[in-house]
Ligand binder design. Structure first.
Ligand SMILES: NC(=O)c1ccc[n+]([C@@H]2O[C@H](COP(=O)([O-])OP(=O)(O)OC[C@H]3O[C@@H](n4cnc5c(N)ncnc54)[C@H](O)[C@@H]3O)[C@@H](O)[C@H]2O)c1
Length: 429
């Protein structure tokens, strides 16, 4: 019998189970996960217990974050899965490759251009393979847009107008924990918009060239709340009287996953999952507008709002043969807080094509099953199973990973300096 492919995983929080549960369930014949690594020993133990109790899995080995090298030496994995917080991705990607492993990393690949360059240089030096898991590409409606573009339905795309809305549940969630510190996540233009900028690169088959951006914290944060007349504040929701009337407060009590992952694990590292979105110390933006010029010559105006009453997006393309309007409202969700299959699922969606001289028409779409609009199961098969030939070329390499974060990284620099930023000045491939 052929030897199973060996995996270890760094970061055992909300997202981690997407990968390790798939390995334990759907890909158990060909793959095995042998160890977890994290700074928090209680979250480590919870992941180990979940695998044993719910998947009848072997007892995997647990390692602290300071034991990463030891883990690689003992476990001898073929591949390391990185699902720790964003600012740590580069550290584990680079070290894993230096120690002879391939890597699958959650998005964003990393948070700034210096770390991005270090990753690119390590890949060149070691010849190892890095895969960034862009699940959005696999959602049926996103794949359909790519198909229509490849068929040339609207000709060469010259202009894109892209608006993404995060609502007061999902959007607020980035302001409750580590993402709210820009050093941890690169802000939403890197952490979140990496998905959106990747989609545009993928849909248009091009790369960003120049970026200009404005953005600010205009709704969340204590000062904004004070300016709107709010007087009742609290640090974190758990145990707070003031939080009881706050519709933005996250309630972890009674939610098994939230309690085990976060509330009951706080004593190990002080990670508070339910901080007030109207607290001090938030350094990311909640309103962002970006202009991008692409190598193909196309230009895009993009906006992201994190306190919208509705969740979803609208993207409009104008090409040399017509216009395409894509509109999706999504089911709102809080990471680790609810039904996994609903994550990023579409409530309503439409793709309308307006040929330059013909009758407008609506495009039929398949309905996907599973998280992120049906994208997650297809992505999992692509990374852990036997990938089938994909005419859409959805598998994302480290170059795609880099290209998707560079728009956001350039936008961050532009917001800081008030100047446009050339992508070529950020990293050398
Ligand atoms: N593709 C998607 O749709 C999607 C969805 C959610 C999260 N994510 C990504 O997954 C990653 C994890 O997000 P999450 O929501 O699970 O966050 P989380 O806070 O639930 O979990 C993060 C984990 O990282 C651990 N960690 C922190 N510092 C560490 C260090 N120095 N070394 C090792 N482990 C460390 C924490 O203890 C925690 O267990 C992020 O990069 C995020 O962008 C992707």
């Amino acid at each position: 019998m052929e030897r199973k492919k060996r995996f270890v995983q760094v970061g055992t929080g909300g997202r981690a189970r997407f990968f390790y549960e798939a390995l334990a369930k759907d890909f158990a014949d060909t793959s095995e996960i042998t160890a977890f690594c994290d700074v928090n020993h209680l979250r480590l133990a919870y992941a180990q217990k979940n695998l044993m109790e719910n998947f009848g899995y072997q007892k995997v080995n647990l390692y602290g974050a300071d034991e990463f090298d030891k883990m690689i030496e003992i476990e001898k994995p073929d591949c390391v899965i990185v699902t720790s917080i964003d600012r740590t991705h580069h550290k584990y990607i680079i070290r894993a490759m230096e120690l002879g492993c391939d890597v699958i990393s959650e998005k964003p690949m990393t948070t700034d251009n210096v770390k991005c360059q270090q990753i690119i240089d390590t890949i060149k030096r070691t010849g190892k393979h890095l895969r960034v898991s862009f699940n959005y590409r696999y959602a049926p409606h996103h794949s359909q847009v790519r198909r229509l573009m490849m068929e040339g339905v609207i000709g060469d795309v010259k202009q894109v107008h892209f608006e993404w809305l995060l609502d007061t549940s999902h959007g607020a969630d980035y302001f409750r924990r580590w993402h709210r510190d820009k050093r941890n996540s690169g802000g939403l233009l890197v952490h979140k918009a990496t998905h959106h900028f990747d989609l545009v690169n993928f849909w248009l088959g091009t790369r960003p060239k120049q970026v200009f951006a404005f953005g600010d914290l205009m709704f969340y944060g204590r000062e904004n709340a004070e300016n709107r007349g709010i007087t009742k504040f609290y640090y974190r929701a758990h145990g707070s009287e003031n939080a009881k009337d706050d519709p933005f407060a996250l309630k972890m009590e009674g939610k098994e996953n939230m309690e085990n992952l976060y509330l009951n694990a706080e004593s190990a590292d002080g990670y508070l999952r339910d901080q007030s979105v109207f607290g001090d110390g938030i350094s990311i933006e909640d309103v962002m507008n970006v202009l991008v010029k692409y190598e193909s010559g196309a230009i895009m105006s993009y906006s992201l709002n994190a306190f919208s009453p509705k969740e979803g997006f609208r993207v409009v393309f104008t090409g040399t043969k017509g216009r395409m309007e894509v509109e999706v409202t999504e089911v709102s969700y809080v990471n680790a807080g609810g039904d996994k299959a609903m994550e990023g699922a579409a409530k309503t969606r439409s793709i309308k094509v307006f040929p330059m001289f013909g009758q407008p028409y609506e495009v039929d779409m398949e309905r996907g099953v599973g998280g992120h609009g049906g994208g997650d199961p297809v992505l999992l098969n692509d990374i852990f199973g036997v990938p089938e030939y994909d005419p859409l070329h959805r598998a994302a390499s480290h170059i795609d990973g880099a290209m998707s974060i560079l728009t956001g990284i350039a936008a961050n620099k532009s917001m800081a300096t008030g100047m446009p930023v050339n992508i070529d000045d950020l990293v050398k491939f």
